[in-house]
Design a protein. Structure first.
Length: 105
């Protein structure tokens, strides 16, 4: 890798899953880099962004009405599960069957 000019840089902060942070650490040790920043700079320098096709599920915002009890339930589980209300809503919606089950007699 060619050395880049050493200009002052501002920190870049972003969220990554812990598994990817572990991978950065493995690459740091494996390549003999001193910092995670060196790993990220190397990854950026060697990646072909021109031909990449990121997969993304498009998002839209919707407004819905829920009961006060449901709102407090979501907030409570959001705190105890260390998850956003949106994450919990997505889990609930993904688990909802598209058709109701047959009623037992």
């Amino acid at each position: 890798m060619a050395k880049s000019s050493r200009k002052a840089s501002a920190p870049l902060t972003f969220d990554l899953p812990e598994s990817l942070i572990e991978r950065i650490e493995s690459c740091r040790r494996g390549h003999g880099f001193k910092t995670a920043s060196e790993v990220v700079r190397t990854a950026i320098a060697g990646y072909d962004f021109e031909t990449c096709k990121p997969s993304r599920d498009p998002h839209r915002q919707i407004s819905v009405r829920i009961t006060p009890d449901q709102r407090s339930t979501l907030k409570r589980y959001s705190r105890t599960k260390d998850a956003s209300v949106g994450e919990l809503l997505r889990l609930a919606l993904e688990n909802l069957p598209t058709r109701p089950g047959k009623k037992k007699k």
